[in-house]
Design a protein around this ligand. Sequence first.
Ligand code: KG4
Ligand code: ZN
Length: 342
Amino acid sequence: MICLGIETSCDETALALAGNEGLIASTLASQAQAHAIFGGVVPELAGREHYRYIGALYDELFSRASISPRDIDCVCVARGPGLLGSLLVGVSFAKALALGLGKPVLGVNHLHAHLLAAGLSGALVYPAIGLLVSGGHTHLYKISAPDSFTLLGRSLDDAAGEAFDKVGSELGFAYPAGREIDRRARGAKRRKFALPRPYLDNDNLDFSFSGLKTAAISMFRQTRGQPCPEDIDDFCGELNAAVAETLLAKTERAVGAHPDAAAIWLAGGVAANTAVREAISTLAAQRGREFIAPDPCFCTDNGAMVAFAGHLLAKMGYRHDLGFETVPRGRRIPDDMLRNIF
Ligand code: KG4
Ligand code: ZN
């Protein structure tokens, strides 16, 4: 079975082909530069950029792969959560293509696809605790199968990636700033700054990163006299540690509450973060659980994760009819897949 995956939920337009042996080909156009001057993604601009690039990326994908569009068995597309105008471009393209080719279409949950992307480079182990940390979401799941994700906890306000991006913008780093903060954190030497590990004094599995974001921004403003490069490295190191230790505490709690979980999965753009990866992989090792995470190149938004997750679901017999909807951030993805068609 060969699946096309289409990803347009935020500011990356990405397409990929996945088959029984894994990834066949992929293409991606990042809009990061178009949004950088605004310090964050501008939804209207994102939709227009997806529309501008999607057709050319589709042509490029098939010029790279030695197969033709007629060989696709299912057109898979990220249906949400994400920016509505951006999702509409990918979903409309996918529906039109499925109709034109006479192939089934499948709407894929973008967050589940992030987690399932680990299967592109190794075996997925179930049941698992899954931590998804991106620019828009911080979710903890119990995962029992590709079609069985139970939400255990989520961020009540900002996602961890949002905290990295907004603090990074204050530091003068280009959007998205998480990677640069992570890079600078590697140069940290002293424990000169102390940021909070937020929202841990409770017994739930939810997160809250808006307070950390505000604390970090105001702390940095206080040092603004003349921050030397070493101060910035130390500050980034402390931000990395604050985010990683907070994610670790709740993930540890989730593992304690679900002793049957054989693995801990970590995914999303922030899963590329050195401190976060180190903290969660160490937790897995200490608790005798397998650590599962996508290769760093598949952590941020990409088409391969949608093609691969779609492939897992299509193989199980799932598809959608043409009426399925796009789902913006903050709304629950309906349980509306149809089964046993193939
Ligand atoms: O998953 P993703 O590509 O897009 C969303 O679905 O949001 O994640 C993007 C986020 C951004 O906030 C970016 O700053 C963050 O992932 N990010 C990182 C790192 N690489 C990307 N954050 C911390 N450390 C990194 N190495
Ligand atoms: Zn994402």
